[in-house]
Design a protein around this ligand. Structure first.
Ligand code: AMP
Ligand code: ZN
Length: 480
């Protein structure tokens, strides 16, 4: 059975059904990380929300083709990768230094995705592999008089596109005709022509182009990769709310300016993760990475649940209490799964409100899907699961559910776990727990916290897990 899901569309500011361009197949583009440092859990909130979105569509019976780019050339990457090089360093060594930094943090990012059970995109293109496509797109905009050259850089002429401002709902009167910015990131109050191609500055890596040596602006990267890999009509494009302006507005300008028609049907944005009322951000220094939390003994799946159990369009405050509450909720669902996997006890006879377990299950499934279909309302969807758990636990105490009923309930837990990825069958959850402990031990050793490393080793031993330190530095394990 295929279900129709609705999502809030930033373009129209309404919750609208997602009707894919090709029946049964969703194309999804999400702006990926800028790989100059560890992702913080604010960034990861956005990727967790997109994973929920993708898994919900898949579980609802649709195919999803997903592209997430890796931004591996950009202002901050250049700032952080070039410092150690001499002023007269060659272009090749500048590129190599940039690549060393971005390779390192791309690998760490992909590990973070695994740790959080975020399914990898079908396409994970690195921006630097798409220079020819970016150059061709800029040339096309020039040919359409939507771009102009100034001192070796190329700028987008926003006055040339009637729909400029449609996504961020900008007041066109307030735009500054003719003014331009070179920075990749700027505020809403400086709506100006933006840079597509930046002429090379001393100390920066560059590529050859029809406009001389230079490098792409950030916004053109996503338009070029999205058009190349997912085609001319996208069902969904997504990012955090900070990307609405200027990044996504500028992506629309570039792609629609070139195509001459609508590019994306649904624009979907996730709200921020905050810390004490402020956005979690590297620039504010108020962030945690996943590694920080794992080193503190946090189960990454509890973080996944803590984030996904809140609605993606509500600001979420990060707290350790929130993580503990998530751990408790997971314990309750997992204990219920275990109970359903086992056989019921004889019970104490008919209960005052004896219910029909399968009818009750059908009701829970209906409420769950109605909530998910309504703009991914996870709090309501999860509430349906918890109500089912308390009703069936009470029922099972009195009149044990039959094996068939138990299997039906387990099938529903599998179905919902295909989305939340937090209450898998027992064998899987043991694996995840062991992996998390091994990672905690690795981090403890790397930070020379020997007492913690020993404590984790003993805990694993108590669980009957034997560790094997491999030659390549990784750690394997088996049940002893
Ligand atoms: P970046 O690596 O900076 O390009 O950001 C990757 C993603 O994280 C983007 O979609 C941002 O919108 C998102 N993001 C950045 N900070 C936060 C935050 N505090 N909460 C949620 N998402 C964020
Ligand atoms: Zn983007």
């Amino acid at each position: 059975m295929r279900r129709t899901l609705s999502l809030f569309n930033t373009l129209t500011r309404k919750v609208e059904p997602v009707i894919p361009v090709q029946e049964g197949r969703i194309s999804l583009y999400t702006c990926g990380p800028t790989v100059y440092n560890y992702a913080h859990i604010g960034n990861l909130r956005t990727f967790l929300f997109q994973d929920l979105l993708k898994r919900t569509f898949r579980t609802a019976g649709l195919q999803v083709r997903h592209c997430m780019n890796i931004t591996d050339v950009e202002d901050k990457i250049i700032r952080d990768s070039q410092g150690a090089l001499p002023a007269d360093a060659s272009n090749d060594s500048r590129h190599a230094a940039m690549k060393a930094l971005t390779d390192r943090f791309t690998a760490i990012f992909l590990e973070d995705l695994d740790t959080l059970r975020i399914q990898k995109a079908d396409f994970l293109p690195r921006a630097t592999a798409y220079l020819p496509q970016m150059i061709r797109l800029i040339q096309d905009l020039e040919a359409k008089d939507l771009a102009y050259v100034r001192e070796g850089s190329v700028y987008y002429r926003i006055a040339g596109l009637p729909q400029y401002g449609c996504l961020a709902h900008l007041d066109r009167e307030g735009m500054q005709a003719g003014a331009s910015v070179d920075a990749d990131e700027y505020e809403r109050d400086s709506v100006t022509d933006f840079v597509l191609w930046k002429s090379a500055k001393p100390g920066e890596p560059w590529w050859d182009s029809p406009w001389g040596p230079g490098r792409p602006g950030w916004h053109i990267e996503c338009s070029a990769m999205g058009l190349e890999l997912l085609g001319e009509r996208l069902d969904i494009h997504s990012g955090g709310v900070d990307l609405i302006f200027p990044h996504h507005e500028n992506e629309i300008a570039q792609s629609e300016g070139s195509l001459g028609h609508r590019w994306v049907n649904h624009w979907v944005h996730g709200e921020f993760l905050m810390v004490e009322g402020q956005k979690m951000a590297k620039s504010l220094g108020n962030f945690f990475t996943l590694h920080d939390l794992v080193a503190k003994g946090v189960d990454p799946i509890a973080l996944r649940y803590a984030i996904q159990s809140n609605h993606y369009r509500k600001v979420l405050n990060f707290s350790f209490e929130g993580l503990r509450a998530a751990e408790n909720s997971l314990r309750r669902i997992r204990a219920f799964r275990k109970r359903m996997e086992g056989e019921g006890q004889a019970g104490s006879g008919p209960w005052k409100e004896t219910l029909e377990p399968l009818a009750r299950l059908g009701q829970a499934r209906e409420i769950f899907w109605a909530a998910m279909a309504d703009d991914l309302n996870t709090p309501e969807a999860l509430a349906a699961i918890f109500t089912l758990i308390s009703d069936l636990n009470a029922q099972d105490d009195h009149v044990a559910l039959t094996r068939e009923e138990r299997e039906e309930v387990l099938a529903f837990l599998d179905e919902t776990d295909a989305i939340f990825a937090a209450w898998p069958r027992e064998a899987l959850s043991l694996d995840a727990e062991v992996e998390a402990l091994i990672e905690a031990r690795r981090v403890a050793k790397a930070t020379r916290n020997w007492a913690e490393a020993d404590r984790v080793r003993d805990q694993l031993k108590a669980m009957g897990i034997v560790l094997e330190d491999r030659k390549d530095g990784t750690v394997g394990w088996r049940r002893g």
